[in-house]
Design a protein. Structure first.
Length: 298
């Protein structure tokens, strides 16, 4: 007699429970699951942590809303960390909607929690510039030609945050939050590789792009956050430094909150794979014993 087929709707129900329970628990308690930072995420945190107050850094937000689920949490944590360190932040983008993503991070982090930082002096948003690698090459020779004014129309020459900045090499660090082309890989190839020793880059990337970047770590690339897992690791490091034992605001827990459902969903999938293989081999063994018994009887 053949085994009764398993109703796949039970799998759908188990997956729904595995995703819903962590969401409810985290939402009600405000507590997230602990994260153990990988060396790549720790290196990204340590690189920013060692920069002295007032150091100019270039933040390039090369992504759009389609990849914000993975990248916005790490962008938020990057901005929070830099603002707390009082680094001089210059935001740019080579993606048409990247400027809007930078402005969103500025609004939710700097304007909300760091009102003492002054736009134009402590941070500035230069918006989007078309041209891909051509913009990167131009930045190496003349920053003001690549970005002649900020997103509000103020000429670069009138922005205190850009005083002393004539080219990309005047930034000791580039923070690239990247979803694809042009993005972190091109920044490494066209800007960082030619200036090793004077510039370094920390990147945050989608899960699809991260495997293309890992070969550059740690020589050309100081640190990397890969997908939502890397974002959660870095988020945990920043929150531990700035909040201690207090529960941070929800906007600084986005990556860690998303890791809960992902963790339980992955555990369920692994369990189902193991269970499926156990059932398969048991059925195959039973079939072989049945065949052997029938042969002996004959």
């Amino acid at each position: 007699m053949s085994a009764r087929p398993f109703d796949r709707r039970w799998i759908f129900l188990m997956m729904a429970i595995a995703v819903a329970v962590p969401i409810l628990v985290i939402g009600l308690t405000g507590r997230t699951f602990p994260e153990t930072p990988t060396p790549a995420a720790r290196a990204a945190f340590d690189a920013i942590e060692k920069l002295p107050e007032g150091t100019p850094i270039l933040l390039t937000f090369d992504f759009d809303p389609a990849s914000a689920g993975e990248l916005q949490p790490m962008a938020t944590s990057f901005v929070r960390h830099c603002a707390a360190k009082r680094l001089k932040m210059v935001f740019i983008s080579l993606w048409p909607l990247g400027g809007a993503m930078a402005d969103s991070a500025i609004k939710r982090v700097i304007e909300s929690d760091f009102p003492n930082l002054v736009y134009g002096t402590d941070y500035v948003s230069m918006g989007f510039q078309a041209g891909n690698e051509a913009v990167m090459k131009l930045l190496l020779t003349d920053f003001a030609r690549a970005f002649p004014s900020d997103s509000r129309g103020t000429p670069a020459s009138q922005l205190p945050a850009l005083q002393g900045i004539s080219r990309a090499t005047d930034f000791p660090m580039v923070i690239a939050v990247s979803a694809g082309y042009p993005g972190a890989k091109e920044w490494i190839q066209y800007v960082i590789s030619a200036n090793l020793g004077t510039m370094e880059i920390v990147t945050g990337s989608t899960g699809v792009q991260a495997p293309q970047l890992y070969p550059y770590f740690p020589r050309q690339m100081t640190g990397i956050l890969g997908a939502i897992k890397g974002a959660a690791e870095y988020e945990a490091l920043v929150n531990a430094k700035l909040d201690g034992d207090r529960v941070p605001p929800a906007k600084y827990l986005e990556a860690q909150r998303r890791m809960g459902p992902q963790l339980f969903a992955h555990l369920l999938m692994v369990g189902l794979i193991i269970a499926g293989n156990v059932i398969y081999f048991r059925q195959r063994g039973a079939a072989r014993r049945g065949t052997a018994t029938a042969g002996g009887a004959a």
